[in-house]
Every structure is written in C-alpha cells, then in structure tokens.
Design a protein around this ligand. Structure first.
Ligand code: MRU
Length: 353
C-alpha cells in the first residue's frame, strides 16, 4: 500500500471561496453554505459589510475559511479606502475562531497597503491553508495507521467526526477530513460516521454532502447516537477540527465536541484534533480564556423555519465548547503531531506561531 504518495488530493464539489477579477475592482465570491445541500448558490461580496454578514450568518464558516474570507474582505476595504475600518469591523463578526484574528493581523502587516499587495497576501493565506490541509492529512493518516494497524488490511478504517472540518471549512481538503480524502486516494478502505451537529446541522448538511460527493462511505447519525455507536465498537478513531487551541492544548470546537471526547475516553477510542498552526492561540494559557460565541435563540427554537419549542422558552446557545487537553489523544498540525497534548509538546511543535 503506497503510504508515501504526497500527490495533492483534489476533490469534487463547489469551491467555497474565490476572488473574481483584479485587485482594484474585483470581489469575493462565496458559496452560501446556509442553503447546502439543497442549493448551490453563490454570494458576490462587493463591500465589507457583505463579507461581515456572510461570516456572521455562516454562509462562510469553519475557522480557516473564516480567516481566508476576512483576508479578502480586507482587500475590499482597501479598494474603498477604508482598510482600518474594514479590519476593525471584520474582527467583530465572530469571536471564537482565532484564524479570523490571525488573518486580519497578517493583512495589517502588509506594506504598502495597496489593493495589489493586499490581494497577493490574501491569496497567499488561501494557498497556504490548502497546503496545510494536505500536510495535516499526511500526518493524520500516518498516525491513524499507527494507532489502528488494521487500517492497512481490508477491514475498513472507521472514523467518527463532528461538525464540518472539511473542504467547505478551509482553503483545501479540510482538517479532520484530510486523512479521509488521502485514505480514499490511496485505496485504503474507510468509512465515516458524521454527527449531524445540532443546532445548525453542519455534519448533516455539509460533511455528509462533501464526503458523499467524493465517494466516501459516510453514515449520518444524530449527535445523541454517538455513545451507542462507540459502545457497539463501530468506531476506531474520533477526529474533529478546532476553532481555537490554547497554549496548553485545550481546544474549542463546535458545541458537542467535548461530550464526544468524554465518550471516546470512556470507550478507549483515540480522540484526535486536526488543526493548522493558525488555529493555535499561544497568547492564552488554557481553554478558560477562549471566548465562546453565543448564538441567537431562534437557531435552537426554530432552526430552518420550523418552530420546535414553546414561544416563551428560555434558551442558552453556546456555539462552541472546550475539550480539555487531557481528553485529546493527539493533535495533528501541518508541522507534525503533538502527543501527549500538553503545554511543552504544543510549544515544541507549534512554537510561538
Ligand atoms: O460554527 P462553525 O460552522 O463555523 O463551526 C465550525 C467548527 O467548529 C469546525 O469544526 C472548526 O472550525 C474546524 S474547521 C476546519
């Protein structure tokens, strides 16, 4: 079985982020992920507010993709002679994914701040993210094969993932999904359980959509079914993405990830987090410092237009949770594997970013 093939994987499906035209007059074209999988529709963002809106309402979502979109949003700001206002405004769109702030900081360091120079940097951020996804996939697949040697036999390797840490969430082939695409490219038998991911169903609408389009054997389950699926021994490895990782390895990801990590530990199943170095926030010591986005009540009381709760019910809707480092078997970055997950090993692999 060729395990050293580093041919970049290209996958089918619509492209989530594209710049159209030149630096001075061009615009950002985003796939509207809110209507997937039923419709493939694009949003043409020609001002900063429309980029902000697209990030806020999750038309473009997933930590790396938010960063890439914001970088292009900064170019639009410069086109309209309002670069500083653009960076300040885009930074208020969503609080948890650190890639947003990382990308905006990179754009602020560009000199001169002309649309041409800024567009070159935004395109570099986009391309680097694609390359990071590929390297994460190579490291992750190697690690998974070490953890589960049967992955090289005919028994399908069985992975469980949460939310969408896929191509739709990044500039490349995803983070948690990258070893899946690589395994498929290399002819390794693989199957994936996708948590539907309440309340906005990124697992059902996006992960099942993109893996299915690529011909990967994907089985959709409700979030609350994961315990039973693990108990039945159907999962070899759980792998998710992350939105912000603290210096000690505590990792914020889509709400529902933390209970999945607890379940994985209880069932002695490895729990992996796949993320690029741009997702690490070395300025914070631990997960308690990660800002957790609170989302609108309607997303849990009348998601997708159907009222499913009493009109006067109180709600609480954190969009992310924090998985403590001690529950994470290993982290996979483009720079290598962090194992065990603690402050020393995070620093060793990721450095100061
Ligand atoms: O609210 P979302 O859809 O932006 O949340 C996305 C996630 O939590 C992803 O798992 C995370 O950003 C990793 S994407 C490679």
């Amino acid at each position: 079985m060729p395990t050293t093939d580093t041919t970049p994987v290209s996958i089918p499906g619509p492209r989530n982020i594209q710049w159209v035209g030149d630096a001075k007059t061009g615009h950002l074209c985003l796939l509207d992920q809110t209507v997937l999988p039923n419709e493939v529709t694009y949003l043409n963002c020609k001002d900063v507010q429309s980029v902000w809106d697209a990030i806020k309402r999750l038309s473009v979502r997933g930590a790396p993709a938010i960063g890439v979109a914001a970088a292009f949003g900064c170019v639009i700001g410069a086109q309209q002679d309002s670069f500083d206002q653009a960076t300040d405004h885009l930074a208020t769109s969503r609080p948890t994914a650190v890639n947003l702030f990382w990308a905006i900081d990179r754009m602020k360091r560009v000199t001169p701040r002309t649309p041409d120079a800024l567009l070159a940097e935004a395109k570099a951020i986009h391309a680097e993210d694609a390359a990071m996804c590929q390297r994460i996939g190579e490291h992750a697949l190697e690690l998974i094969q070490q953890l589960k040697p049967q992955a090289s036999s005919n028994k399908p390797l069985s992975l469980l993932t949460h939310c969408n840490a896929g191509a739709l969430a990044t500039g490349g082939i995803g983070t948690a999904t990258s070893p899946m695409y690589l395994a498929q490219q290399r002819g390794l038998p693989i199957r994936v359980f996708a948590d539907e991911t309440r309340p906005l169903l990124q697992g059902a609408r996006l992960t099942a959509f993109e893996l299915g389009a690529a011909g990967i054997d994907v089985t959709l389950i409700c979030d609350g079914m994961a315990g039973q699926v693990l108990r039945e021994g159907k999962v070899d490895v759980v792998i998710t993405g992350a939105d912000r990782i603290a210096a000690n390895g505590d990792a914020a990801n889509k709400i529902g990830t933390y209970p999945l990590a607890v379940l994985a530990r209880h069932h002695n199943v490895p729990f992996l987090v796949a993320a690029p170095s741009s997702t690490f926030d070395m300025s914070i010591t631990d997960g308690d410092e990660i800002p957790i986005e609170l989302r609108a009540a309607e997303e849990i009381t009348e998601g997708f237009g159907q009222r499913t709760a009493p009109p006067d019910v109180k709600t609480y809707s954190p969009a992310f949770d924090v998985t403590p480092a001690e529950l994470i078997t290993a982290m996979v970055t483009e720079r290598g594997v962090i194992q065990p997950v603690d402050a020393d090993h995070v620093r060793l692999i990721v450095g100061s970013t």
